[in-house]
Ligand binder design. Structure first.
Ligand SMILES: Cc1cc2nc3c(=O)[nH]c(=O)nc-3n(C[C@H](O)[C@H](O)[C@H](O)COP(=O)(O)O)c2cc1C
Length: 383
C-alpha cells in the first residue's frame, strides 16, 4: 500500500486521496441493495445480504479498491424481483464494514430531510471513529417522492430541498467543528445550546459528496462538497467529451472559490473475450431485464407510454435498462475495460463507482486483470 495510514492524522487531503495515491480511484456502487445496480432476473443477481457485503468489503480492501458507495433507498421499485426491495441502511452498514476492514473508504448516505442533523452528525462521527477516518458522506435531498410519504414527511419543492440541505449541512459541520455550545438559528432549523463530542477522527471531517444533476443540485455540490458525482459525462470513449465536462464542472467550482474532484459511475462486465462479455451483457441486462422495475423507475421520472410516443417510449425503455440504472456499461476484455477507464482518468475524472451483476463473482477477475493494466498505464499504483 502506498500513501498515508488511516487514523494517524486523517487530514482532509489524506481522506480525499483515500489514503492511497491512485490517480483513478475505483469504488463499488450499490452493494447494500438487492440486485445492486442491475434490474435483472438472472438468478445470480446480487443479494445485498450482510454476509455477502462483508465478504465483498474484505475482498475489495485486500485487492486495493478505494471505496464503497451505498445507495440510500427505502422502498423497492417493484417488478418481478422488487428491484431494491431489500436494502441495508447505509450508516450502520458502513460502520460494520469499517470495523471489518483496514484501508478502504466507506460512504454512508444521508437523506437530509429525514435525519435530525445532530443525530446524523453523531452517527457519522461514530462511524468515522470506527473506521479511523475512513468514512465518507453522500448527502442527498431525496429523489423518489414515494419514499417520503411513508415517513409522513412532506417533500419540499425542488429548490427548497437544497436550501434546507444547505442549513442542514452547515449545522452538521458546526457540530463537527465547534468547541463548546452553539445556537443555530436558520430558516428551517433552530438548535439551542447544541453540543457534540467527539469531533471526527484526527481533527478533520469526513469527505462529503453529492450527485445532484439539476443546476441547483450541482451548484449545491460545487459550493459545499469535496466530490461531485456525475452520471452523465457523455461517451466514455470520447476523451474530449469527458475532458470538456470535467473542465466545465471544475471551472464552475472555481467561481465559488472551491476545488472539486469529479467522479462518475459505470457498470462493468469484463470477460476474457469480447464475445463473452457482449453475450453476458445482452443476457443479463437486456434479455433478462426486470422490465416491471425498469418501467416503474421510468414512471417516477414521468416517462410513461401515455406521456411519450410508442417509438420514443421503446427507445427510452431500452436506454434505461442499458445505461440509466447502472451507468455507462464497460463491457469487454480486460484490455478494453482498462482502455475505457484510462480514457476517463485522462479526461481528468478522479474516480469511478462501478457495479457488477454479482460483485463477489466478478470482482476477482476485474482485480486480477484490469487493475494491473491500469497500474501499467500509470493510472493506479502497483499493489
Ligand atoms: C452516484 C450517485 C449516487 C446517488 N445516491 C443516491 C442515494 O443514495 N439516494 C438518493 O435518494 N439519491 C441518490 N442519488 C440521486 C442524487 O442525489 C440526485 O437527487 C439526483 O441525481 C437528481 O438530481 P437533483 O437532486 O439535482 O434533481 C445519487 C445519484 C448518483 C449519480
Amino acid at each position: 500500500m502506498t500513501g498515508s495510514v488511516p487514523g494517524r492524522d486523517a487530514a482532509l487531503p489524506d481522506r480525499l486521496r483515500m489514503y492511497g495515491n491512485n490517480r483513478l480511484q475505483i469504488g463499488l456502487f450499490g452493494a447494500n441493495c438487492s440486485s445492486g445496480r442491475s434490474a435483472t432476473l438472472v438468478p445470480e443477481r446480487w443479494s445485498g445480504s450482510w454476509p455477502d457485503c462483508l465478504r465483498l468489503a474484505r475482498m475489495a480492501d485486500d485487492c486495493g479498491i478505494d471505496f464503497m458507495l451505498p445507495i440510500a433507498r427505502w422502498k423497492g421499485y417493484g417488478g418481478a424481483t422488487d428491484f431494491h426491495g431489500t436494502t441495508l441502511e447505509t450508516i450502520t452498514w458502513a460502520s460494520g464494514l469499517l470495523a471489518s476492514t483496514a484501508r478502504i473508504t466507506v460512504f454512508g448516505t444521508v437523506h437530509a430531510p429525514l435525519f435530525n442533523p445532530l443525530i446524523a452528525a453523531k452517527e457519522l462521527v461514530t462511524a468515522d471513529h470506527i473506521g479511523a477516518g475512513r468514512l465518507g458522506v453522500n448527502l442527498v435531498v431525496g429523489w423518489n417522492e414515494g419514499e417520503f410519504e411513508m415517513f409522513g414527511v412532506r417533500q419540499r419543492e425542488h429548490e427548497a430541498r437544497y436550501a434546507f440541505a444547505q442549513e442542514w449541512l452547515d449545522a452538521v459541520k458546526q457540530a463537527w467543528s465547534h468547541e463548546g455550545d452553539f445556537d443555530f438559528d436558520g430558516e428551517f432549523l433552530q438548535l439551542k445550546r447544541a453540543r457534540a463530542y467527539p469531533k471526527p477522527c484526527g481533527g478533520a471531517r469526513p469527505i462529503i459528496m453529492n450527485a445532484g444533476s439539476s443546476s441547483t443540485g450541482r451548484t449545491f455540490a460545487l459550493r459545499n462538497c469535496d466530490a461531485f458525482f456525475t452520471a452523465t459525462a457523455g461517451s466514455r470513449t470520447s476523451l474530449e467529451g469527458n475532458a470538456a465536462k470535467v473542465r466545465e464542472i471544475e471551472e464552475e467550482a472555481r467561481r465559488y472559490g472551491r476545488e472539486i474532484a469529479v467522479y462518475t459511475v459505470g457498470h462493468v462486465i469484463c470477460r476474457p473475450s469480447q464475445r463473452e462479455a457482449d453475450d453476458y451483457y445482452r443476457h443479463a441486462i437486456i434479455d433478462n431485464a426486470d422490465w416491471g422495475a425498469v418501467e416503474a423507475m421510468m414512471a417516477l421520472r414521468n416517462i410513461t407510454a401515455e406521456t411519450h410516443s410508442a417509438e420514443d417510449y421503446a427507445a427510452r425503455r431500452l436506454y434505461f435498462a442499458a445505461n440509466a440504472i447502472g451507468g455507462y456499461p464497460f463491457v469487454g476484455t480486460p484490455d478494453r475495460v482498462a482502455d475505457e477507464l484510462a480514457t476517463i482518468s485522462n479526461a481528468g475524472m478522479r474516480g469511478i463507482a462501478v457495479s457488477f451483476v454479482n460483485f463477489l463473482d466478478e470482482l476477482p477477475y476485474f482485480a486480477a486483470e484490469v487493475l494491473p493494466r491500469l497500474a501499467r498505464r500509470g493510472i493506479r499504483g502497483p499493489r
